[in-house]
Design a protein around this ligand. Sequence first.
Ligand SMILES: O=C[C@H](O)[C@H](O)COP(=O)(O)O
Ligand SMILES: C=C(OP(=O)(O)O)C(=O)O
Ligand SMILES: [Mn+2]
Length: 441
Amino acid sequence: MPIYDDEEELVKVEHALAKSSPLVFAGECRQLHEHLAKAAMGQSFLLMGGDCAESFKEFHVDTIRDTFRVLLQMALVLTFGGSMPVIKVGRMAGQFAKPRSEPQEEVNGLKLPSYRGDIINSESFTEEARRNNPWRMLDAYHQSTQTLNILRAFATGGYADISRLHAWNLDFVEKSEEGSRYRKLASKVDESLRFMKAIGVNTESATFKQAQFYTAHECLLLSYEQALTRQDSTTGKWYDCSAHMLWIGERTRQLDGAHLEFTRGIGNPLGVKISDKITPDELLEVIDNLNPNNIPGRLSLIVRMGADKLREHLPALIRAVQKEGRFVVWVSDPVHGNTIKAENGLKTRPFEKIRDELRAFFDVHDQMGTHPGGVHLEMTGKDVTECIGGTIQDIKVDDLNKRYHTHCDPRLNGVQALELAFLIAERMRSRTGLPPLFNDA
Ligand SMILES: O=C[C@H](O)[C@H](O)COP(=O)(O)O
Ligand SMILES: C=C(OP(=O)(O)O)C(=O)O
Ligand SMILES: [Mn+2]
């Protein structure tokens, strides 16, 4: 938690936020909860994706549209390929606060506080910029209102109409092999739609015309989250109305910490990131704390440990959860356990490691007979060069500088994200005994 040097300023901002409109409504959070309950029971799949850190500088309607578009493409691949409903959640409209490994950053002998996300301080390397400034919370709130407004318009105003599925292909993706796979799959979906129409299914209904899209971010900056927490008039329960779903990060999930204490009191569906550092007993305590009544859909466990550690540690965690009969959605975050520093000093992630972790996640669930319930990715619709590798694009370390725009961790670009969606769809198909979508799978 940042320390603000002027308490009065902080209180003023909290009051302003407390008077502002909620960004989401309790009923929407409950709807998402119901979808997640299906994922907990093995009947649905959660797709979460977006920037590591949203920023004020990169804010643009086109950027939001492009990420939304890749998520729609991925969801189509997963729904059609995996024959399962896909719950779409953007790391968007609130994903601003960052936990950092080092409290300070040193450049040419000068030490300043680390950049902690645009909602807290600024990335420029000056003393003033790195000061924790509570007013930034209001800027983040206002940007989130715009983002949500755009997302709601895209989701319900015709953009996400399934008959436009060919238009969701992004220019730079279209030219790649993934783009052509997507086109092939889209044609198959087209054919199915024509068949449905022919037998009298109403393809003009909201199911075909609109997407249900939800938002989530890390519940890190409690001043912001608490100020946006409201009591729902229909149920009397408290909801954090900054996003539909909130998750607790790997660094702030202590049993006696403020983040668990805050989130256990809100009605939103929750996530907890877990690395190999958590023990089965500790995990059960986290579950007891956040979901004492064992309600399916309430809690997602977002596993991020790297392929090798996952193969070693995940089975025991799953066994403990199974033994106690606890309902959780098992989600793979295959990016956070695979961050490395390239020779040029930039943080990157090898695509192959990300793919290995996903494969390991599916293998372990196959062995344990449990449902691999979702994936959580840092990704963007832009053609960035932040993660090296990829079967199709094969970004090299020397390419990283070309379009390295992230404000924190390296993101998958559209082609890389789509490649993962195809991989997951093939795994989902083989679990249900369906033949591969493409023969080279
Ligand atoms: O997004 C996650 C963390 O904030 C990020 O990985 C921390 O990065 P750092 O190790 O550069 O501080
Ligand atoms: C901080 C993050 O992840 P983790 O808590 O898993 O490190 C994140 O998702 O950006
Ligand atoms: Mn990150």
